[in-house]
Write a protein that binds this ligand. Structure first.
Ligand SMILES: Cc1cc2nc3c(=O)[nH]c(=O)nc-3n(C[C@H](O)[C@H](O)[C@H](O)COP(=O)(O)OP(=O)(O)OC[C@H]3O[C@@H](n4cnc5c(N)ncnc54)[C@H](O)[C@@H]3O)c2cc1C
Length: 389
Protein backbone atom coordinates (compact mmCIF):
# COMPACT_ATOMS: atom_id res chain seq x y z
CA UNK A 1 0.00 0.00 0.00
CA UNK A 2 1.35 3.44 -0.88
CA UNK A 3 1.37 6.14 1.77
CA UNK A 4 -0.65 9.17 0.60
CA UNK A 5 1.39 12.04 -0.79
CA UNK A 6 0.96 15.14 1.40
CA UNK A 7 0.82 17.25 -1.78
CA UNK A 8 -1.81 15.19 -3.65
CA UNK A 9 -3.42 13.20 -0.87
CA UNK A 10 -6.19 11.61 -2.95
CA UNK A 11 -3.81 10.96 -5.85
CA UNK A 12 -6.09 13.01 -8.10
CA UNK A 13 -3.41 13.76 -10.69
CA UNK A 14 -3.11 10.02 -11.36
CA UNK A 15 -6.47 10.48 -13.12
CA UNK A 16 -4.83 12.75 -15.70
CA UNK A 17 -3.51 11.50 -19.03
CA UNK A 18 0.26 11.57 -19.62
CA UNK A 19 -0.25 14.47 -22.03
CA UNK A 20 -2.07 16.54 -19.40
CA UNK A 21 0.58 15.73 -16.80
CA UNK A 22 3.27 16.93 -19.22
CA UNK A 23 1.33 20.16 -19.75
CA UNK A 24 0.95 20.53 -15.96
CA UNK A 25 4.70 20.15 -15.53
CA UNK A 26 5.43 22.71 -18.26
CA UNK A 27 3.06 25.27 -16.72
CA UNK A 28 4.43 24.60 -13.23
CA UNK A 29 8.00 25.05 -14.45
CA UNK A 30 7.10 28.33 -16.21
CA UNK A 31 5.23 29.50 -13.10
CA UNK A 32 8.14 28.69 -10.80
CA UNK A 33 10.79 30.24 -13.11
CA UNK A 34 9.02 33.28 -14.54
CA UNK A 35 6.13 34.17 -12.23
CA UNK A 36 6.83 33.16 -8.65
CA UNK A 37 10.11 35.10 -8.28
CA UNK A 38 8.37 38.33 -9.40
CA UNK A 39 4.83 38.09 -8.11
CA UNK A 40 5.35 39.74 -4.72
CA UNK A 41 6.89 42.77 -6.41
CA UNK A 42 4.05 42.99 -8.96
CA UNK A 43 1.57 42.70 -6.12
CA UNK A 44 3.22 45.35 -4.00
CA UNK A 45 3.58 47.82 -6.88
CA UNK A 46 0.17 46.99 -8.38
CA UNK A 47 1.74 46.56 -11.81
CA UNK A 48 2.24 43.78 -14.35
CA UNK A 49 4.42 43.44 -17.49
CA UNK A 50 1.31 42.59 -19.47
CA UNK A 51 2.77 42.39 -22.99
CA UNK A 52 5.68 40.22 -21.88
CA UNK A 53 3.42 37.91 -19.89
CA UNK A 54 1.02 37.59 -22.80
CA UNK A 55 3.86 36.44 -25.07
CA UNK A 56 5.03 33.90 -22.49
CA UNK A 57 1.53 32.52 -21.96
CA UNK A 58 0.99 32.49 -25.72
CA UNK A 59 4.18 30.53 -26.34
CA UNK A 60 3.05 27.98 -23.77
CA UNK A 61 -0.25 27.67 -25.63
CA UNK A 62 -2.34 28.76 -22.63
CA UNK A 63 -4.41 31.53 -24.24
CA UNK A 64 -7.75 30.16 -25.41
CA UNK A 65 -6.21 26.71 -24.97
CA UNK A 66 -9.55 24.88 -24.82
CA UNK A 67 -10.77 26.43 -28.08
CA UNK A 68 -10.31 24.74 -31.47
CA UNK A 69 -8.56 26.27 -34.48
CA UNK A 70 -7.44 29.89 -35.01
CA UNK A 71 -4.09 29.07 -33.41
CA UNK A 72 -5.67 27.68 -30.22
CA UNK A 73 -4.44 24.43 -28.71
CA UNK A 74 -7.83 22.65 -28.51
CA UNK A 75 -7.12 20.87 -25.22
CA UNK A 76 -9.62 19.16 -22.95
CA UNK A 77 -11.48 21.09 -20.25
CA UNK A 78 -9.58 19.18 -17.56
CA UNK A 79 -6.28 20.26 -19.13
CA UNK A 80 -7.41 23.88 -19.12
CA UNK A 81 -8.49 23.55 -15.49
CA UNK A 82 -5.12 22.12 -14.48
CA UNK A 83 -3.35 25.04 -16.18
CA UNK A 84 -5.56 27.45 -14.21
CA UNK A 85 -4.74 25.58 -11.02
CA UNK A 86 -0.99 25.85 -11.60
CA UNK A 87 -1.21 29.58 -12.43
CA UNK A 88 -3.40 30.37 -9.44
CA UNK A 89 -1.00 28.49 -7.16
CA UNK A 90 1.18 31.53 -7.90
CA UNK A 91 -1.50 34.23 -7.84
CA UNK A 92 -5.20 34.62 -8.67
CA UNK A 93 -4.32 37.74 -10.68
CA UNK A 94 -2.20 35.71 -13.10
CA UNK A 95 -4.92 33.12 -13.56
CA UNK A 96 -7.36 36.01 -14.12
CA UNK A 97 -5.07 37.34 -16.86
CA UNK A 98 -5.34 34.02 -18.73
CA UNK A 99 -9.05 33.51 -17.91
CA UNK A 100 -10.09 36.94 -19.17
CA UNK A 101 -8.09 36.52 -22.37
CA UNK A 102 -9.16 32.94 -23.15
CA UNK A 103 -12.52 32.39 -21.52
CA UNK A 104 -14.07 35.85 -21.74
CA UNK A 105 -12.63 37.90 -24.62
CA UNK A 106 -11.53 35.07 -26.95
CA UNK A 107 -14.44 32.78 -26.09
CA UNK A 108 -16.94 35.58 -26.78
CA UNK A 109 -15.46 36.12 -30.25
CA UNK A 110 -15.07 32.37 -30.85
CA UNK A 111 -18.66 31.55 -29.84
CA UNK A 112 -20.57 34.59 -31.06
CA UNK A 113 -18.28 36.41 -33.52
CA UNK A 114 -18.49 36.51 -37.32
CA UNK A 115 -15.85 34.60 -39.27
CA UNK A 116 -14.23 37.95 -40.08
CA UNK A 117 -14.01 38.88 -36.37
CA UNK A 118 -12.54 35.48 -35.53
CA UNK A 119 -9.93 35.66 -38.29
CA UNK A 120 -8.99 39.19 -37.31
CA UNK A 121 -8.51 38.65 -33.58
CA UNK A 122 -8.24 35.04 -32.43
CA UNK A 123 -4.85 34.01 -33.91
CA UNK A 124 -3.15 37.12 -32.52
CA UNK A 125 -4.85 36.71 -29.16
CA UNK A 126 -3.83 33.04 -28.95
CA UNK A 127 -0.22 34.02 -29.63
CA UNK A 128 -0.36 36.76 -26.97
CA UNK A 129 0.27 39.46 -29.60
CA UNK A 130 -3.07 41.13 -28.83
CA UNK A 131 -4.81 41.35 -25.48
CA UNK A 132 -8.55 41.43 -24.95
CA UNK A 133 -10.86 42.52 -22.16
CA UNK A 134 -14.53 41.89 -21.44
CA UNK A 135 -16.79 44.78 -20.46
CA UNK A 136 -20.01 43.70 -18.82
CA UNK A 137 -20.07 45.24 -15.30
CA UNK A 138 -20.96 48.91 -14.89
CA UNK A 139 -20.81 51.28 -11.93
CA UNK A 140 -24.55 50.71 -11.33
CA UNK A 141 -24.95 47.20 -12.77
CA UNK A 142 -23.03 44.29 -11.22
CA UNK A 143 -24.97 41.20 -10.15
CA UNK A 144 -27.88 42.46 -12.28
CA UNK A 145 -26.21 43.03 -15.68
CA UNK A 146 -29.62 43.28 -17.37
CA UNK A 147 -29.88 46.77 -15.83
CA UNK A 148 -26.81 48.00 -17.77
CA UNK A 149 -27.02 51.53 -19.17
CA UNK A 150 -24.36 51.43 -21.88
CA UNK A 151 -26.24 51.90 -25.11
CA UNK A 152 -25.50 51.25 -28.77
CA UNK A 153 -27.61 53.15 -31.30
CA UNK A 154 -27.63 53.02 -35.10
CA UNK A 155 -26.44 56.04 -37.06
CA UNK A 156 -26.84 55.13 -40.71
CA UNK A 157 -25.03 51.80 -41.02
CA UNK A 158 -22.76 52.55 -38.07
CA UNK A 159 -23.18 51.83 -34.38
CA UNK A 160 -22.45 54.51 -31.77
CA UNK A 161 -21.69 53.32 -28.22
CA UNK A 162 -22.04 55.48 -25.13
CA UNK A 163 -21.62 54.47 -21.50
CA UNK A 164 -19.15 53.22 -18.91
CA UNK A 165 -17.88 49.83 -17.75
CA UNK A 166 -16.26 49.26 -14.37
CA UNK A 167 -13.80 46.77 -12.88
CA UNK A 168 -12.60 45.56 -16.26
CA UNK A 169 -9.56 43.29 -16.04
CA UNK A 170 -6.79 44.15 -18.54
CA UNK A 171 -8.80 47.14 -19.78
CA UNK A 172 -5.77 49.45 -19.75
CA UNK A 173 -3.58 47.11 -21.79
CA UNK A 174 -6.08 45.52 -24.19
CA UNK A 175 -6.05 46.09 -27.94
CA UNK A 176 -9.64 44.85 -28.17
CA UNK A 177 -12.61 45.11 -25.83
CA UNK A 178 -15.71 42.95 -26.01
CA UNK A 179 -18.39 45.39 -24.85
CA UNK A 180 -22.01 44.48 -24.05
CA UNK A 181 -24.61 47.19 -24.59
CA UNK A 182 -28.38 47.78 -24.73
CA UNK A 183 -29.83 48.18 -28.21
CA UNK A 184 -33.39 48.46 -29.55
CA UNK A 185 -33.07 44.74 -30.17
CA UNK A 186 -31.91 43.71 -26.65
CA UNK A 187 -28.39 43.39 -25.23
CA UNK A 188 -25.75 42.87 -27.93
CA UNK A 189 -21.99 42.36 -27.94
CA UNK A 190 -19.50 44.54 -29.84
CA UNK A 191 -15.87 44.01 -30.76
CA UNK A 192 -14.24 47.36 -30.04
CA UNK A 193 -10.61 48.10 -31.02
CA UNK A 194 -9.38 50.14 -28.08
CA UNK A 195 -7.77 52.76 -30.32
CA UNK A 196 -11.20 53.80 -31.63
CA UNK A 197 -11.81 57.52 -30.94
CA UNK A 198 -14.01 58.02 -27.86
CA UNK A 199 -12.72 54.91 -26.07
CA UNK A 200 -10.67 55.47 -22.91
CA UNK A 201 -9.51 53.14 -20.15
CA UNK A 202 -8.63 54.53 -16.72
CA UNK A 203 -6.79 52.43 -14.20
CA UNK A 204 -8.67 51.50 -11.01
CA UNK A 205 -6.33 52.29 -8.15
CA UNK A 206 -6.33 51.61 -4.38
CA UNK A 207 -7.19 47.91 -4.68
CA UNK A 208 -6.36 45.80 -1.64
CA UNK A 209 -6.97 42.54 -3.51
CA UNK A 210 -5.89 41.14 -6.90
CA UNK A 211 -3.10 43.68 -7.02
CA UNK A 212 -1.05 41.64 -9.52
CA UNK A 213 -3.77 42.33 -12.07
CA UNK A 214 -4.67 45.48 -14.01
CA UNK A 215 -8.22 46.72 -13.55
CA UNK A 216 -9.90 49.52 -15.48
CA UNK A 217 -12.88 51.74 -15.92
CA UNK A 218 -13.84 51.90 -19.61
CA UNK A 219 -15.45 55.07 -20.90
CA UNK A 220 -17.29 54.95 -24.22
CA UNK A 221 -18.02 58.46 -25.39
CA UNK A 222 -19.74 58.22 -28.76
CA UNK A 223 -17.55 55.34 -29.98
CA UNK A 224 -18.41 54.91 -33.65
CA UNK A 225 -18.11 51.40 -35.07
CA UNK A 226 -18.98 49.80 -38.40
CA UNK A 227 -21.93 47.45 -38.64
CA UNK A 228 -19.49 44.52 -38.74
CA UNK A 229 -18.37 45.24 -35.14
CA UNK A 230 -21.52 43.70 -33.63
CA UNK A 231 -21.83 39.99 -32.88
CA UNK A 232 -24.25 38.95 -35.62
CA UNK A 233 -26.65 36.54 -33.95
CA UNK A 234 -26.74 36.62 -30.18
CA UNK A 235 -29.23 38.80 -28.29
CA UNK A 236 -29.85 39.21 -24.56
CA UNK A 237 -27.91 38.05 -21.51
CA UNK A 238 -27.39 34.59 -23.03
CA UNK A 239 -24.33 36.04 -24.81
CA UNK A 240 -22.33 37.34 -21.82
CA UNK A 241 -23.55 34.60 -19.47
CA UNK A 242 -22.23 31.89 -21.79
CA UNK A 243 -18.76 33.47 -21.54
CA UNK A 244 -18.96 33.88 -17.77
CA UNK A 245 -19.75 30.20 -17.47
CA UNK A 246 -16.47 29.37 -19.22
CA UNK A 247 -14.48 31.71 -16.99
CA UNK A 248 -16.16 30.46 -13.81
CA UNK A 249 -15.07 26.97 -14.75
CA UNK A 250 -11.45 28.19 -14.79
CA UNK A 251 -12.01 29.79 -11.38
CA UNK A 252 -13.37 26.69 -9.69
CA UNK A 253 -10.26 24.82 -10.85
CA UNK A 254 -7.88 27.72 -10.28
CA UNK A 255 -8.70 28.28 -6.62
CA UNK A 256 -7.58 24.73 -5.86
CA UNK A 257 -4.08 26.03 -6.70
CA UNK A 258 -4.37 29.02 -4.34
CA UNK A 259 -5.62 26.72 -1.57
CA UNK A 260 -2.81 24.23 -2.24
CA UNK A 261 -0.20 26.96 -2.04
CA UNK A 262 -1.57 28.15 1.33
CA UNK A 263 -1.69 24.61 2.69
CA UNK A 264 1.85 23.85 1.51
CA UNK A 265 3.14 27.06 3.10
CA UNK A 266 1.47 26.21 6.41
CA UNK A 267 2.80 22.65 6.32
CA UNK A 268 6.37 23.70 5.54
CA UNK A 269 6.30 26.53 8.06
CA UNK A 270 4.91 24.53 10.96
CA UNK A 271 7.34 21.67 10.30
CA UNK A 272 10.34 23.99 10.48
CA UNK A 273 9.39 26.55 13.14
CA UNK A 274 9.86 25.52 16.74
CA UNK A 275 8.12 26.91 19.82
CA UNK A 276 8.03 25.37 23.29
CA UNK A 277 10.93 23.14 22.22
CA UNK A 278 9.39 21.36 19.24
CA UNK A 279 8.07 22.02 15.72
CA UNK A 280 4.66 23.70 15.63
CA UNK A 281 3.47 20.82 13.43
CA UNK A 282 3.95 18.47 16.38
CA UNK A 283 1.17 20.07 18.44
CA UNK A 284 -2.30 18.55 18.32
CA UNK A 285 -4.01 21.88 17.67
CA UNK A 286 -1.76 22.47 14.64
CA UNK A 287 -2.38 18.97 13.31
CA UNK A 288 -6.12 19.53 13.58
CA UNK A 289 -5.67 22.57 11.35
CA UNK A 290 -3.40 20.73 8.89
CA UNK A 291 -5.94 17.91 8.69
CA UNK A 292 -8.69 20.44 7.91
CA UNK A 293 -6.52 22.04 5.22
CA UNK A 294 -5.60 18.79 3.49
CA UNK A 295 -9.28 17.77 3.47
CA UNK A 296 -10.44 21.10 1.99
CA UNK A 297 -7.71 21.22 -0.68
CA UNK A 298 -8.37 17.66 -1.83
CA UNK A 299 -12.15 17.94 -1.64
CA UNK A 300 -11.97 21.07 -3.81
CA UNK A 301 -9.65 19.21 -6.21
CA UNK A 302 -12.13 16.36 -6.45
CA UNK A 303 -15.04 18.73 -7.15
CA UNK A 304 -12.98 20.45 -9.87
CA UNK A 305 -11.98 17.15 -11.50
CA UNK A 306 -15.55 15.87 -11.57
CA UNK A 307 -16.85 19.13 -13.05
CA UNK A 308 -14.03 19.03 -15.61
CA UNK A 309 -15.02 15.48 -16.58
CA UNK A 310 -18.65 16.58 -16.97
CA UNK A 311 -17.50 19.44 -19.21
CA UNK A 312 -15.38 17.12 -21.34
CA UNK A 313 -18.32 14.72 -21.63
CA UNK A 314 -20.56 17.56 -22.83
CA UNK A 315 -22.79 17.13 -19.75
CA UNK A 316 -21.96 20.33 -17.91
CA UNK A 317 -24.89 22.48 -16.76
CA UNK A 318 -24.32 26.03 -15.59
CA UNK A 319 -25.57 25.00 -12.15
CA UNK A 320 -22.68 22.51 -11.89
CA UNK A 321 -20.40 25.51 -12.40
CA UNK A 322 -22.28 27.48 -9.71
CA UNK A 323 -21.83 24.52 -7.36
CA UNK A 324 -18.11 24.36 -8.09
CA UNK A 325 -17.47 28.09 -7.88
CA UNK A 326 -19.35 28.44 -4.62
CA UNK A 327 -17.92 25.31 -2.97
CA UNK A 328 -14.32 25.73 -4.06
CA UNK A 329 -13.95 29.47 -3.44
CA UNK A 330 -15.41 28.92 0.03
CA UNK A 331 -12.92 26.08 0.68
CA UNK A 332 -9.99 28.15 -0.60
CA UNK A 333 -10.91 31.12 1.59
CA UNK A 334 -11.17 28.90 4.67
CA UNK A 335 -7.79 27.33 3.86
CA UNK A 336 -6.15 30.73 3.32
CA UNK A 337 -7.53 32.21 6.54
CA UNK A 338 -6.50 29.21 8.64
CA UNK A 339 -3.05 29.03 7.03
CA UNK A 340 -2.53 32.76 7.58
CA UNK A 341 -2.92 32.34 11.31
CA UNK A 342 -0.65 29.28 11.36
CA UNK A 343 2.25 31.41 10.09
CA UNK A 344 1.85 33.83 12.99
CA UNK A 345 3.32 37.26 12.31
CA UNK A 346 5.01 35.99 9.15
CA UNK A 347 1.54 35.20 7.88
CA UNK A 348 0.88 38.88 7.25
CA UNK A 349 4.09 39.36 5.23
CA UNK A 350 4.43 39.42 1.44
CA UNK A 351 7.52 37.27 1.96
CA UNK A 352 5.03 34.41 2.19
CA UNK A 353 2.21 33.87 -0.29
CA UNK A 354 -0.62 33.22 2.15
CA UNK A 355 -2.05 36.65 2.91
CA UNK A 356 -1.68 37.63 -0.75
CA UNK A 357 -3.84 34.61 -1.68
CA UNK A 358 -6.23 35.39 1.16
CA UNK A 359 -6.74 38.95 -0.08
CA UNK A 360 -7.03 37.81 -3.71
CA UNK A 361 -9.70 35.27 -2.86
CA UNK A 362 -11.99 38.08 -1.68
CA UNK A 363 -12.08 39.29 -5.30
CA UNK A 364 -12.56 35.75 -6.54
CA UNK A 365 -15.53 35.37 -4.17
CA UNK A 366 -17.11 38.50 -5.71
CA UNK A 367 -16.34 38.42 -9.42
CA UNK A 368 -17.90 36.16 -12.00
CA UNK A 369 -21.03 35.96 -9.85
CA UNK A 370 -20.90 36.58 -6.13
CA UNK A 371 -21.37 33.72 -3.70
CA UNK A 372 -24.95 34.90 -3.17
CA UNK A 373 -25.71 34.73 -6.91
CA UNK A 374 -24.42 31.17 -7.13
CA UNK A 375 -26.36 30.21 -3.99
CA UNK A 376 -29.50 31.62 -5.65
CA UNK A 377 -28.75 29.60 -8.82
CA UNK A 378 -28.35 26.42 -6.81
CA UNK A 379 -31.47 27.25 -4.81
CA UNK A 380 -33.41 27.67 -8.04
CA UNK A 381 -31.94 24.47 -9.43
CA UNK A 382 -33.08 22.29 -6.53
CA UNK A 383 -36.42 24.00 -5.80
CA UNK A 384 -37.53 25.19 -9.21
CA UNK A 385 -38.24 28.58 -7.59
CA UNK A 386 -36.31 31.73 -8.56
CA UNK A 387 -35.48 34.03 -5.63
CA UNK A 388 -33.29 36.59 -7.46
CA UNK A 389 -35.88 39.39 -7.17
C1 LIG B 1 -10.67 42.84 -9.40
C2 LIG B 1 -11.94 42.67 -10.17
C3 LIG B 1 -11.90 42.36 -11.51
C4 LIG B 1 -13.07 42.27 -12.26
N1 LIG B 1 -13.02 42.02 -13.61
C5 LIG B 1 -14.17 42.15 -14.37
C6 LIG B 1 -14.09 42.08 -15.80
O1 LIG B 1 -13.02 41.84 -16.38
N2 LIG B 1 -15.23 42.29 -16.51
C7 LIG B 1 -16.45 42.55 -15.91
O2 LIG B 1 -17.44 42.76 -16.63
N3 LIG B 1 -16.54 42.62 -14.55
C8 LIG B 1 -15.44 42.44 -13.77
N4 LIG B 1 -15.52 42.52 -12.39
C9 LIG B 1 -16.79 42.87 -11.78
C10 LIG B 1 -17.48 41.75 -11.01
O3 LIG B 1 -17.93 40.76 -11.88
C11 LIG B 1 -18.61 42.38 -10.16
O4 LIG B 1 -17.96 43.08 -9.10
C12 LIG B 1 -19.59 41.35 -9.61
O5 LIG B 1 -20.42 40.87 -10.63
C13 LIG B 1 -20.47 41.93 -8.47
O6 LIG B 1 -21.06 43.13 -8.85
P1 LIG B 1 -20.95 44.41 -7.89
O7 LIG B 1 -19.55 44.56 -7.45
O8 LIG B 1 -21.61 45.52 -8.58
O9 LIG B 1 -21.78 44.01 -6.60
P2 LIG B 1 -23.38 44.12 -6.38
O10 LIG B 1 -24.10 43.42 -7.48
O11 LIG B 1 -23.74 45.52 -6.07
O12 LIG B 1 -23.55 43.24 -5.05
C14 LIG B 1 -23.14 43.70 -3.76
C15 LIG B 1 -23.55 42.62 -2.74
O13 LIG B 1 -24.99 42.45 -2.78
C16 LIG B 1 -25.28 41.08 -3.02
N5 LIG B 1 -26.50 40.96 -3.83
C17 LIG B 1 -26.78 41.50 -5.04
N6 LIG B 1 -28.00 41.11 -5.47
C18 LIG B 1 -28.51 40.30 -4.49
C19 LIG B 1 -29.73 39.55 -4.35
N7 LIG B 1 -30.66 39.53 -5.31
N8 LIG B 1 -29.89 38.82 -3.22
C20 LIG B 1 -28.94 38.80 -2.26
N9 LIG B 1 -27.76 39.46 -2.35
C21 LIG B 1 -27.56 40.21 -3.45
C22 LIG B 1 -24.08 40.54 -3.76
O14 LIG B 1 -24.01 39.12 -3.68
C23 LIG B 1 -22.94 41.25 -3.06
O15 LIG B 1 -22.64 40.59 -1.86
C24 LIG B 1 -14.34 42.50 -11.61
C25 LIG B 1 -14.38 42.77 -10.24
C26 LIG B 1 -13.20 42.85 -9.52
C27 LIG B 1 -13.27 43.15 -8.05
Amino acid sequence: MTKPDAHDFLDLDAELSGEVRDMRDAVRAFANDQLLPNVAEWYESGSLPAAELAKGFGQLGLLGMHLEGYGCAGTSAVAYGIACRELEAVDSGLRSFVSVQGSLAMYAIYKWGSEEQKQEWLPRMAAGEALGCFGLTEPDAGSDPGSMRTRAVRDGKDWVLTGAKMWITNGTVAQVAVVWAQTDDGIRGFVVPTDTPGFTANEVKHKLSLRASLTAELVLDGVRLPESAAFPEVRGLRGPLSCLNEARYGILYGVVGAARSCYESALEYTLSREQFGKPLAGFQLTQRKLADLVVEVNRAGLVALQIGKLKDAGKLHHNHVSFGKMANVRSAIEVARTARAMLGANGISLEYPVMRHMANLETVLTYEGTEEMHALSLGQSVTGLAAFR
